[in-house]
Design a protein around this ligand. Structure first.
Ligand SMILES: [Zn+2]
Ligand SMILES: [Zn+2]
Length: 243
């Protein structure tokens, strides 16, 4: 009797070309596993898709003067070509832009909201009065409150490696025009920290950093029911600037 084998492989992010580490780390082993089970007569479903959403896509689009959708679809098409040429044998490969994906994600989100596992609150975010828009964390620069480096970014200090919040910086300035951003209220959704679950627009490199880990440990040990600091609250933000 054939076994049912489901293989859910990491969804690659459509903000740049695939690199060999992704192929070696995720896609090739999954494909070998899938091919083995198909050959053994099992019922295999190997699925994944391109993630078309997120801050890095928006940042790249802004740098290139294109729309985020342009950037995302360009790399999605490149991924499709890579899968074909590498012979990665997906049973289903879609994107986060399909109607099905949107429906399921919104359904999950609304259920969590309904159960109180997500709550809405207001937080202060940097707003550029020159460009008349809220700024992504990384578009704010200033002095790091931890090491004093004068060129820290609002999301992270490259000098000491700590994850930051723009509000933590002193001498805050807009990366593009140098003006001092105002802190304005903005509505966001949050996960209570006691659930131990976290959504994030933080990059994987930031996620693995020592500073990030230390901050999360501190937060867990403090037992706070809400995200207490701007940094934590912001990283848990799920709305507002749709990243
Ligand atoms: Zn600005
Ligand atoms: Zn620093």
């Amino acid at each position: 009797m054939p076994e049912k084998i489901f293989i859910g492989v990491a969804w690659p992010y459509s903000n740049g070309s695939l690199h060999i580490g992704q192929i070696v780390g995720a896609y090739l082993p999954a494909d070998v596993f899938a091919r083995y089970h198909r050959a053994a007569g099992n019922d295999v479903l190997m699925v994944s898709g391109s993630d078309l959403h997120g801050t890095p896509i928006t940042v790249r689009a802004e740098q290139e003067g294109r729309t985020p959708a342009d950037v995302a679809s360009r790399f999605h098409n490149e991924f499709l070509d890579s899968w074909k040429r590498l012979g990665i044998s997906w049973d289903l490969y879609t994107t986060t832009g399909t109607d099905n994906h949107i429906r399921i994600v919104q359904d999950m989100f609304l259920r969590l909201l309904d159960k109180g596992d997500i709550y809405q609150a207001s937080m202060k975010l940097p707003y550029c009065t020159v460009e008349k828009r809220f700024l992504l964390d990384r578009y704010v620069e200033g002095t790091c409150p931890i090491c004093g480096d004068a060129n820290a970014r609002g999301d992270q200090c490259d000098n000491c490696g700590n994850v930051l919040d723009p509000i933590d910086l002193t001498d805050r300035r807009c990366k593009f025009d140098g003006s001092e951003p105002e802190l304005r209220d903005s509505e966001h959704f949050f996960l209570p920290s006691s659930t131990g679950v976290r959504t994030s627009s933080t990059s994987p490199s930031a996620l693995s950093s020592k500073g990030y880990t230390t901050a999360r440990l501190r937060e867990t040990l403090s037992g706070a029911s809400l995200f207490p600091s701007g940094a934590t609250a912001k990283s848990a933000s799920m709305s507002g600037s749709k990243t």
